[in-house]
Design a binder for this molecule. Structure first.
Ligand code: UD1
Length: 369
């Protein structure tokens, strides 16, 4: 039997996480030959290699080592370095997960070489074109020939944009697959002890979106809110981009002086899941963490004006507050005051993100295509 030759293109932290079950299932499947192409968008140990180690994943087949740069520089480097690799590998299809510059570059290079593109996490929209991720998502969807969506809502969006229903498959969210598989291991991590925090006695903060951290006004406003939350212990794993910006805006020292704030290096996947699960609430501008908080029944305050994951907001588990100091503080206080009732409500919510078998469904559809 001839094998299906699949090239998976990834490069940034969340893409490695969401691809984990697909990589494992493909490697176990005799009908599939998988090659992992890492663009090198993320290169620090804690932004990429730690996840390969934690999930026991094979080393990428190729690393393009593009590194950091402006949007155009980074994407252009990916395009020029990917083309010869795909020309040589001649995959039957290319799989691109998520919405990063690596996603768009992978989709565009493959589509122009007439290699079919499968987009995992298709149809997610924030309707905010100031976000590079929104542009990446839209363009990737429209040059893909197989679109895998996490929710029914994402599928409806694609149909509204004129994409044929024959190529749209609602399979569920691969991040939910990962969470279900890894939760028992996450529960065994010692991160809470290492940080000397108790379960349900702290808030978790993450921040990395360009629109927040590259804007002095927004970053200052968010940091002011964190400084005001004196009664809440805040754990803040800092993304490299955010650390750089805090330093250049002279906000880092102010934050470091706060007794109730613990600044730490980026954490591993298992540690992050443990930190989300045991937090009173999460404050984040990450897309993935909004969903992880939802699945782990931890209230989430989203430091953005919009979200792709509207279901979490509609169900009352996620509060969209943007970067406004007062709104952040008020929402955090309200959550703290109503914690018990809120947690009871979160326990009972339906899950619109599938049944934890999205990756298997994707693989089956790809093999039968
Ligand atoms: C990227 C994705 C974003 C995703 C995020 C997860 C795009 C447009 N954005 O954002 O959707 O949520 O990854 O983390 O693709 N840096 C390092 N070491 C690294 C990686 C980054 O120091 O290993 C620093 C560099 O200063 C770099 C900056 O972070 O300039 C931004 O990195 P980049 O990959 O451009 O975007 P992210 O903010 O990580």
């Amino acid at each position: 039997m001839e094998k299906v030759n699949v090239a998976l293109i990834l490069g940034a932290r969340p893409q490695i996480i969401k691809s984990m079950p697909f990589i494992c299932l493909s490697n176990e499947d005799k009908q599939v030959k998988l090659s992992i192409i890492h663009t090198g968008q993320h290169y620090n140990y804690e932004m990429t290699k730690v996840f390969f180690e934690e999930f026991n994943l094979p080393e990428p087949t190729v690393n393009l080592n593009v590194g950091s740069g402006s949007q155009a520089q980074q994407t252009a480097k990916m395009l020029t370095r990917l083309e010869p690799v795909l020309q040589e590998q001649k995959p039957d299809l290319v799989v691109v997960p998520g919405d990063t510059n690596s996603t768009l570059a992978g989709a565009l290079t493959a589509a122009k070489l007439n290699i079919p593109v499968s987009h995992v996490e298709a149809g997610a929209r924030s309707y905010d074109n100031r976000m590079p991720e929104e542009i990446n998502r839209r363009l990737t969807d429209h040059c893909s020939s197989m679109l895998f969506t996490a929710t029914e809502n994402c599928a409806r969006t694609l149909l509204k944009e004129g994409i044929s229903k024959d190529v749209v498959h609602t399979v569920g969210d691969t991040m939910y697959d990962v969470l279900l598989q890894q939760l028992p291991k996450a529960e065994k991590t010692t991160i809470l002890d290492q940080l000397d925090v108790k379960t349900k006695a702290y808030a978790l903060l993450t921040l990395h979106r360009q629109e927040n951290v590259d804007s002095l006004e927004n970053l200052k406003s968010i940091i002011s809110a964190i400084v005001k939350l004196k009664k809440t212990e805040v754990i803040f794993p800092i993304h490299p981009r955010t650390r750089k910006q805090l330093c250049s805006f002279n906000l880092y020292t102010k934050l470091k002086e706060q007794k109730h704030v613990k600044l730490i290096e980026p954490v591993s996947y298992l540690e992050n899941i443990s930190l989300i699960k045991n937090a009173n609430f999460v404050m984040t501008d990450s897309g993935g963490m909004q969903k992880e908080a939802f699945w782990l029944k931890t209230p989430c305050i989203t430091l953005r004006e919009n979200t792709e994951w509207v279901e979490t907001v509609q169900l009352g588990a996620n509060y969209l507050v943007g970067s406004n100091t007062e709104r952040i503080v008020k929402t955090a206080e309200e959550i703290s005051e109503n914690e018990k009732e809120l947690c009871k409500k979160l326990e009972k919510l339906p899950n619109p993100f599938g049944d934890g078998c999205a990756s298997q469904k994707i693989l089956t559809i790809i093999k039968n295509s």
